[in-house]
Design a protein around this ligand. Structure first.
Ligand SMILES: Nc1ncnc2c1ncn2[C@@H]1O[C@H](COP(=O)(O)OP(=O)(O)O)[C@@H](O)[C@H]1O
Ligand SMILES: [Mg+2]
Length: 424
């Protein structure tokens, strides 16, 4: 098979690393890819939203299957357009991907299908939003309705912050059209976990629970990032909780989408808060998470291409997913200054220091004549597996310590929350 992967982050590098192991795969292309991906796949300089360009490339290169990494092309309807051109593609249609593309839409569906989530209201009028804040008790969570690259959520501890956030989103249009609507929801207390199902619209397989680390600093302090590390399986979600999530959260959403005339194929990602009253959905995403995908695929024993094909062909009912025992963890190395301003073009040293159980997935890197240099905020995701969580943390951090670039920053506490829980 000829395969095209769309995207250029650590998630896409992990997907390509995994599908390259499939005996079914001949040639892998990636649009646009990155410095590390270019060692495993032919990178082509086509933007992720250039759907016409991607279709004509897929035709020219006789691509048998296209896999979409990021959410933006999915919400733009790339799957519909590929299908109209008789091209096989893994991911939800535009109408199904609206589950991620509009938080107001997603909240409405959760309400309709009784899926536990924070109480909320939707606003387009800032006076009404202000009145809501006056009438309720803080803290509040303000969410721009549309895609905002992970920056559209403001947690407000008091009313003043909420008024300020309402003004930013609805009046100043800080998130542009993505903020034409505003969702205000109750603040939920608890620990977060990501549960990813892969579904053909009827059946689903569920990956081990993963935990992301959004904040830039150790102890979950400081501003949010795209994600500074992840591990799986997260001991926070035991088997009983996983069953509950499947039957009371994922299944009703999948069936609900079908009932709405938006049948869903692809990755159905539930971002959950495990509250004292049980798991509640913070959001649904319509694709693999980054960096959760890195440890999840490191644990996957199944052939990922076979799984993607089962989804595309609607054959998931008798599919058996194989996951390795043990743990996997990914530690993200970022450019100094991220998630604020940072410099690019720093030479990276030590990129060949890993062993068989440790992968160095590239995110923001570029291949230059002088070697691999930094080209983004999140630069690398060092990912490893081990029998115990402790073992894989030790191994991954050892590899991290051998890699350097000017200004490199990483969190030293990825996995600690799980270790504490396991010790208890
Ligand atoms: N209701 C809530 N209560 C507490 N924290 C929340 C709530 N909703 C979101 N958050 C926090 O904000 C983060 C981002 O919110 P999310 O809905 O996942 O949007 P996005 O990923 O699109 O930015 C979450 O990972 C969580 O840490
Ligand atoms: Mg999120």
């Amino acid at each position: 098979m000829n395969v095209l992967v769309i995207g250029g982050g650590g998630r896409e590098h992990a997907i390509i690393w995994k599908i390259a192991q499939s005996p079914k795969v001949d040639k892998i292309y990636c649009a646009p890819g990155n410095g590390g991906i270019s060692k495993m796949a032919s990178c082509v300089d086509i933007g992720i939203t250039d759907i016409k360009g991607l279709i004509s490339f897929a035709r020219k290169k006789k691509i048998d299957l296209t896999i979409v990494g990021p959410e933006l092309p999915l919400t733009l309807g790339i799957v519909d357009k590929f299908q109209e051109n008789d091209l096989r593609i893994f991911g939800p249609t535009g109408k199904a991907a609206e589950l991620e593309g509009s938080k107001a839409f997603a909240k409405g569906l959760m309400e309709k299908y009784n899926i536990p989530t924070a109480a909320y209201e939707t606003f387009t009028d800032s006076d009404k939003a202000v009145a809501y804040v006056h009438a309720h008790e803080p803290p509040f969570v303000l969410k721009a309705d549309g895609l905002a690259a992970g920056k559209g959520v403001i947690i407000c501890q008091n009313r003043a912050q909420a008024f300020n956030g309402i003004e930013q989103i609805l009046k100043d249009k800080a998130f542009g059209e993505a903020g034409a609507k505003l969702v205000i929801e109750d603040f939920l207390q608890g620990e977060e976990v990501s549960i990813l199902a892969i579904t053909d619209g009827e059946d689903m397989v569920i990956l081990p629970p993963a935990q992301d680390h959004k904040a830039i600093f150790e102890g979950d302090e400081g501003p949010n990032t795209g994600g500074m590390g992840a591990y799986a399986p997260a001991p926070l979600a035991d088997e009983k909780l996983m069953k509950h999530v499947e039957h009371s959260l994922l299944r009703p959403m999948l069936d609900g989408l079908k009932a709405e005339g938006r049948p869903y194929k692809g990755v159905l990602y539930a971002g959950l808060m495990i509250t004292p009253a049980g798991p509640k959905v913070l959001e649904f995403n319509c694709r693999f998470g980054d960096p959760e995908t890195q440890p999840l695929l490191a644990l996957m024993e199944s052939d990922l291409i076979e799984l993607f094909e089962a989804v595309v062909d609607g054959n998931l009912s008798d599919y058996e997913l194989k996951i390795a025992k043990g743990y996997a963890i990914c530690v993200v190395m970022a450019s100094g200054g991220y998630p604020g301003a940072y410099e690019k073009g720093k030479a990276i040293i030590g990129l060949d220091c890993n062993d068989d159980d440790t992968m160095i997935f590239h995110a923001g890197t570029a291949a230059k004549a002088k070697g691999i240099v930094t080209s983004g905020g999140r630069v690398l995701g060092i990912t490893g597996t081990g029998k115990t969580l402790q073992q894989c943390m030790q191994k991954v951090y050892e590899t991290v310590s051998k890699i350097t670039f000017d200004g490199a920053y990483y969190r030293r506490d990825i996995g600690q929350k799980a270790l504490h829980r396991l010790r208890k």
